[in-house]
Write a protein that binds this ligand. Sequence first.
Ligand code: PAF
Length: 272
Amino acid sequence: MIIYNSLEEFNSIKHNLPKLSFVPTMGNLHEGHASLIDIAKKTGNEVVSTIYVNSLQFNDKNDFINYPKTLDTDIELLGKKGCNHLILPDSSILDNIKSIKAPIKSMKLCGAHRPGHFDGVLTILNRLFEIINPHSVVFGKKDYQQFLLVKDFIDEKKLNINIIGANTIRNNNGLALSSRNILLTEKDKLIASTLYKTLKDIEKNKTYLNSEYLKTKLDYLKSSGFKVDYLMSCDTESLEESYNINNNDLLIAVAAHLGSVRLIDNLVISKL
Ligand code: PAF
């Protein structure tokens, strides 16, 4: 794996490279990221990854400061997985960066609780796409709203990038793998797995799906120790609240805090 210590360094050699599949990350890599590299490799392209903790997408300063940083083990994992190129952008990535305003969909779900978050995500990705010029890009669907907004952005700007969504990787208890899990105690990890169990429960009872039913699940999460940002049933494209399971697949999405750790998860349930 070749490591580039700035976007400029990569930019100066990129004309020699074949087609690339891109896995953007903020580091603290785990099996979820490893699965993204596997998927990127399956495209047959060379794989390029980035590790950059993007200050623009953190609306909470402490969250940014405390974001886990594990560069040595990250490099080891990417190397083992067969990633070909790793870019470690330095702060010059932000020089004269063009700000992107995320569309209205970004104000729903996570965006309603993290103002400016998706503007920051799209701003940094736009810069990375410009420099890397990938053929394909792989995103985990745990961050469903992010995946959707990037997909829309690529469509709208008519970028020649094939976006691939990857299924969420979970531990034995169903807890979605996340860089933030490292901040949870073992006891908290067990409680955290309630999120997925709740989503599966909602799926099992989807014939009863309505706002009152969801409220009982929300109350259950609260009584289990979560401070819940949202538990919502919505249209998989518009992200508008919807319970119309007779005609459409629905996205059930949740974000909740356990102590100082914010966790998200989701499940797409198929129509009846
Ligand atoms: O999902 C992430 O890790 C980040 O939002 C991303 C896509 C790397 C942009 O900073």
